[in-house]
Design a protein around this ligand. Sequence first.
Ligand code: AR6
Length: 192
Amino acid sequence: MHSPVLLSEIPTVATCLGRTASGFLSKVSVYHGDITQLKVDAIVNAADEAVLGGGGVDGAIHRAAGPALLEECRLLGGCATGQAKITKGYQLPAKYVIHAVGPVGEKPVLLARAYTASLELARAHGLKSIAFPCISTGVFGYPPKAACHVAVDAVKAWMDRDDALVRVVFCVFNTKSQSLYNEYLKPATTST
Ligand code: AR6
């Protein structure tokens, strides 16, 4: 097992741009790597409505958290698309896992809801930092560029009206997604 990646090791977009901005970009980061390594208050899982594990990032999170995660997931009673549920993180460096269910295919309202529901849960639990994978862009087939725009817009809208969260990490797992997030976030800096 690798050592956990601390938030202090992940620069914000503002820092990457050499800015001392105080807005959204000073709270958001793009991290290329495995979400299970991140030592944040909560990592978000791209789950399905059963919330009983699966492939992709879901499988990676369950493997890293250990079998106790599945035991707690069995008590959740499922989760509707566009909603989220929270469990402990068990053997993960993250304290909590927020299991969010994105849509199958390109359904922007439901994808945005999955992000917002995760942020609401984080706030309700007094959490300060959260890391998202690119929900729905794997098995669920959401086009990555469109999904990136929905994800960033939903998180920015939330962060602009609620200052409880100190850091949000977009955890990308391939260089294509990394470029999409960097390209979409950086022009937005002009006003922040
Ligand atoms: N860390 C970060 N991101 C990852 C990791 C990882 N370790 N592994 C994969 N990704 P997917 P979905 C990225 O398929 O499309 C599951 O079986 C991956 O590159 O995991 O929402 C569930 O049980 C992609 O960009 O989730 C559901 O049934 C992103 O995570 C279904 O798949 C999401 O891909 C959910 O499908």
